[in-house]
Design a protein around this ligand. Structure first.
Ligand code: PLP
Length: 500
């Protein structure tokens, strides 16, 4: 299987090349030529396997240019007990009679981004070897908070690569910021940007598309690549855990052959939910994909109207990793549901760039509605969802997961569809500890406390153990202090790379 661009100008690209490049040269995203399908026999085979072996099996379909040892090397390097504090890697817990929650935050940075960013450096270096790459690969990342740290952790000290992360200086939680600015490693660079996530993402995209700049890097034997979910190597490992969750439900006897499951995903850049969509195209019987948004509800409006319109105020919420108005991965969905109509996809993306909106029209819209349902959740509702879930189930969730829990309630009320549901939990509650503390601790306890003090209070009060990766973070040395304007991001890259 080869990869092609969602904009139609690039085709016949190997998986290794697609992963190494990150983004297609015509500005589109790399997509597989076709989506492989899993049969009932394969589902039965997967039931016998652990997470790592399921991952190896599924990756093989999409990486035909990787041999068995290479795939094994990548999977074992990523999903092991040094990196993950749960042997099931992505464990499923029961939250209600027909409601399950999949914890995707047992990796080193306590957010679901680790599921892909622990393996991406292995996929990247293997791809570099396979394609005889002699340039240094410079990974440029824009982050709403969690990708940045997960990418730094993954690529730190990986030979042949350097990583540069831009985060919105005022737009991430204290824990997220600390995690990034204390990152060690000889090849890592971190900068705050005076703007929001969309500004940082647009800044990175414009560096990618500046041909003169890329040429001058090439002369120094450097090539840019991406660790954002625009990179296929980020998306692919995420398909695995949806399939694995479905297989777990089968082995536990919760669903039988052909029974559907609904999947609820707290969504920002549309990467995580898109991976669930690929799982459904591969044959996992998914009823509805429920897209849970915060008040940056551009995707909810899209799923309800077929009109994508980013022209609206950017809101800062307590689920900051979803504070996004330009959801890059929607492009891949549009490519699939238009049956690879790259002309249409290119036109919509052009409209998005020029006017900030596009309308997919009634037929394509019908396809969207068949697969997806969406609603959004305010900060107050987020806090209430954390509180209820704690009081009623004694289960502590972070703010992003709470958005999903709230929106799933709205789904149940609005449709009455109580098909077995999997809610994905995307971060440890301690990663967004001050909001979680505000939800579950008495107000007098939290008044006047710093974010880090609140983490320890939260642990004490709830008895839920803080992940080791977060404990002691407040004492770690700050190693990165650069803050720059959006228009100076390219200059910051040059400075990091020592280019005059
Ligand atoms: C990144 C992130 C999201 C949003 O995921 P997308 O793939 O961007 O839709 C949700 N929750 C958390 C905790 C995240 O880090």
């Amino acid at each position: 299987m080869n990869y092609i661009s969602s904009r139609g100008q690039v085709s016949g690209v190997s998986a290794a090349e697609a992963i190494k490049k990150g983004i297609a040269p015509d500005g589109g995203l790399f997509v597989p030529e076709y989506i492989p399908t899993l049969t009932e026999d394969i589902f039965r085979t997967l039931e016998e396997l652990n997470y790592q072996d399921r991952a190896r099996h599924i990756l093989t379909y999409y990486l035909p240019d990787f041999n068995e040892q290479e795939i094994r090397y990548c999977v074992e390097g990523a999903y092991n007990s040094n990196n993950f504090d749960n042997s099931r890697i992505a464990p499923l817990n029961q939250l209600g009679e027909k409601i399950y929650i999949q914890e995707l935050w047992h990796g080193p940075t306590c957010a679901f981004k680790d599921m892909a960013l622990q393996i991406l450096p292995y996929l990247m270096t293997t791809s570099m070897n396979k394609t005889g790459e002699t340039s240094e690969i410079i990974i440029l990342v824009a982050t709403s908070g969690d990708t940045g740290k997960a990418a730094l952790e993954g690529f730190s000290n990986v030979d042949g690569t350097r990583i540069i992360v831009f985060f919105p200086d005022q737009g991430v939680s204290e824990v997220q910021k600390r995690q990034m600015v204390t990152q060690e490693g000889k090849n890592v660079h971190v900068a705050g940007v005076l703007g929001n996530f969309d500004d940082a993402q647009s800044g990175v995209k414009s560096i990618f598309s500046n041909q003169d700049y890329n040429q001058s890097l090439a002369e120094r034997r450097m090539k840019l690549s991406s660790a954002n979910s625009i990179n296929w190597g980020r998306l692919l490992p995420q398909i695995v855990y949806y399939i694995s969750a479905y297989i777990d439900l089968r082995t536990e006897g919760v669903v039988k052959t052909g029974d559907k499951v609904n999947i609820v995903v707290p969504t920002g850049n549309f990467g995580n939910i898109l991976a669930a969509y690929y799982a459904s195209k591969m044959g996992v019987p998914i009823g509805k994909l429920i897209c849970a948004a915060n008040t940056n509800n551009v995707l909810t409006d899209f799923i309800r109207t077929g009109i994508y319109d980013r022209n609206r105020p950017f809101e800062k919420t307590i689920s900051p990793s979803m504070d996004i108005l330009i959801s890059s991965n929607l492009e891949r969905l549009l490519f699939e549901i238009t049956d690879h109509d790259t002309r249409k996809v290119s036109a919509w993306m052009e409209e998005l760039k020029n006017s900030g909106s596009y309308n997919v029209g009634p037929e394509v819209y019908q396809e969207v509605v068949n697969g997806f349902w969406s609603d959004y959740c305010s900060d107050e509702e987020t806090i209430a969802a954390i509180r209820h879930t704690w009081e009623e189930k004694h289960y502590l969730i972070d703010t992003h997961t709470a958005v999903a829990v709230n929106v799933y309630d709205k789904y149940l009320q609005s449709t009455g569809d109580d098909t077995v549901a999997i809610i994905v939990s995307t971060a440890s509650p301690f990663k967004f500890g001050s909001s979680v503390a505000a939800a579950v601790l008495p107000p007098e306890t939290i008044a006047g406390r710093t974010e880090f003090e609140l983490l320890y209070l939260l642990e004490e009060h709830t008895g839920v153990k803080m992940p080791d990766a977060i404990r002691g973070l407040e004492d770690r040395k700050v190693l990165h202090q650069t803050v720059c304007k959006v228009e100076d991001m390219e200059a910051a890259v040059s400075e990091f790379l020592d280019i005059k």
